[in-house]
Design a protein around this ligand. Structure first.
Ligand SMILES: [Mg+2]
Length: 265
């Protein structure tokens, strides 16, 4: 090929490239898209999104009966705001039984088995404001939604699936990650980063829950603590625990979103 023709073809190719790829000097398209999510909302499940109507307690009781061959005394084991793994350990300890990992795993497997059955047998419900607030948050382009819950991942799937809201929660932190609820925040934050490519700042993270344990676990990552007085803890108790915001429930969807400042800037 003679030099003139070669040069003119190269010129053509260059101009074609420029026409087809007018932004070819911009970062390559395999980079992450620009982060659009700036706020992260993390929900507790029991007493916040839903009430299982006693299904969770009944499933625990069944697992206790199977594992220990005795009536299902939960004794003074505190359930609200604790992780399932913490609860399982306490159930062993109050009986003076060493919580060996394999025994605890077996116990939790049986709990999950019974949970599925009991959810269908109890009259639980979504709490006021659900699922409306999830639909509203899904319409906000700047807001990412996830879970920060003491449930095992499988237990969370069973409960949220049973009440038809599982699809709203693409990621979360669970009892599988740590027995200590206060250690769950960083797991949720990392999964939010993996899902959205955004390093959410503490002040842009909202942890919503119904117990002082949820408030503490928000504080552990310097996030905004949002209390909902939908279960056993009053507004005053959640305030006293240091909540940044407290609502009777989440039924005033627009009011909650406005108060928390979740609308796009
Ligand atoms: Mg709760």
């Amino acid at each position: 090929m003679d030099a003139d023709i070669l040069e003119s073809r190269q010129r053509l190719n260059r101009s074609a490239f420029i026409r087809v790829h007018p932004r070819s000097n911009f970062p390559p398209s395999n980079r992450r898209p620009l982060p659009l999510k700036t706020k992260l909302v993390l929900f507790d499940i029991d007493g916040t999104i839903l009430s299982s109507g006693g299904a969770g307690e009944q499933a625990l009781a069944q697992a206790i009966r199977e594992q220990f061959g005795q009536e299902e005394k939960l004794g003074n084991v505190e359930l609200a705001g604790k992780t399932d793994v913490w609860i399982a350990h306490r159930i062993f300890e109050v009986r003076g039984i060493e919580p060996k990992p394999e025994s605890v795993d077996l116990f939790l497997d049986r709990y999950l088995h019974h949970l599925k059955v009991e959810l269908a047998r109890h009259n639980g419900r979504l709490l006021p404001g659900f699922p409306e607030i999830l639909h509203a948050l899904a319409r906000l382009p700047n807001v990412a939604v996830g879970l920060l819950t003491g449930n095992l991942r499988r237990g969370a799937e069973l409960k949220l699936g049973h009440y038809g809201v599982l699809e709203h929660f693409p990621f979360g932190a669970f009892a599988d990650d740590s027995r200590d609820r206060n250690e769950l925040g960083p797991f949720a934050r990392k999964r939010a980063h993996d899902a959205h490519g955004t390093e959410f700042q503490s002040g842009d993270i909202y942890v919503i829950g119904d117990t002082p344990h949820d408030i503490a676990c928000a504080k552990a990552i310097h996030a905004r603590a949002v209390g909902v007085a939908t279960d056993r803890y009053s507004r005053a108790a959640l305030d006293a625990a240091g909540a940044d915001f407290v609502f009777d429930d989440l039924s005033d969807t627009e009011g909650v979103i406005r108060t928390l400042g979740l609308n796009p800037a």
